[in-house]
Design a protein around this ligand. Structure first.
Ligand SMILES: C[S@@+](CC[C@H](N)C(=O)[O-])C[C@H]1O[C@@H](n2cnc3c(N)ncnc32)[C@H](O)[C@@H]1O
Length: 203
């Protein structure tokens, strides 16, 4: 990974990791991924050619304020997120504006324009129609699916049924116990990537 890109990703991670949600208190259901850990995961996935730079398409199936979308947007072609709660999604724009300001001051790479976030349920076909309408991408066009351990069994079934062969399901928040999902192969050679990310591949 190029040095300026790495510096930018680490700065993006620091920005969001200072603003984690749900680690304590009532917002536990929308806990935030640790982006510093995910930078290491991104490097691993790039090394394994499981992310094709500026070609892969990423979908976070419960994206909250879009922070994981922001991180992946630097290395993929299109970064899409779906979030149930509109008030959570509303945090994306002000955070992005503050991040842009911070990156500009540090002379780092500004956030790409390839992020598209949608309100709704990730399992709802109407949401996927809306995604297709706005981005031209149908479910089968995504090669990277992400969840922070919410509805992972339902999402795994959806990916096993509808994703393209070889697509990855990235499950954040795993430790030593790795769930198994029918139709998906656990990449035991990689998981848990950086001690936190289960990597599953559609057979
Ligand atoms: C644990 S948070 C993770 C947020 C973000 N992906 C991250 O890793 O920092 C999960 C989010 O998924 C949302 N969510 C739960 N079920 C969902 C569903 N079926 N479709 C879309 N969003 C969902 C919740 O509202 C919450 O904001």
């Amino acid at each position: 990974m190029d040095k300026r890109l790495k510096q930018t990703l680490l700065r993006v991670a620091r920005f969001y990791d200072r603003r984690k949600v749900g680690d304590v208190g009532a917002l536990g259901f929308r806990r935030s991924s640790d982006l510093a850990l995910l930078v290491g995961c991104l490097e691993g996935l790039l090394q394994e050619h499981l992310i094709l730079p500026q070609k892969s398409r990423f979908l976070d199936l419960g994206c909250a304020d879009g922070r994981v979308n922001m991180l992946f947007s630097y290395v993929v072609q299109t970064s899409v997120g779906v979030e149930l709660d509109s008030w959570t999604l509303d945090e994306y724009a002000p955070l992005r504006a503050a991040l842009e300001h911070e990156l500009e001051k540090a002379d780092l790479i500004p956030p790409p324009q390839n992020i598209h976030l949608f309100e709704g349920n990730s399992t709802d076909p109407l949401v996927h129609q809306e995604i297709a309408h706005h981005t031209g991408l149908v479910f089968e066009d995504f090669s990277l699916f992400y969840t922070y351990l919410i509805m992972h069994e339902e999402f795994a079934a959806m990916i096993a049924e509808r994703a393209a062969k070889g697509a990855l399901f990235l499950v954040y928040g795993l430790d030593r116990i790795m769930p198994r999902y029918e139709g998906l192969r656990l990449r035991e050679d990689l998981s848990p990537l950086n001690g936190i990310l289960g990597v599953y591949q559609k057979r």
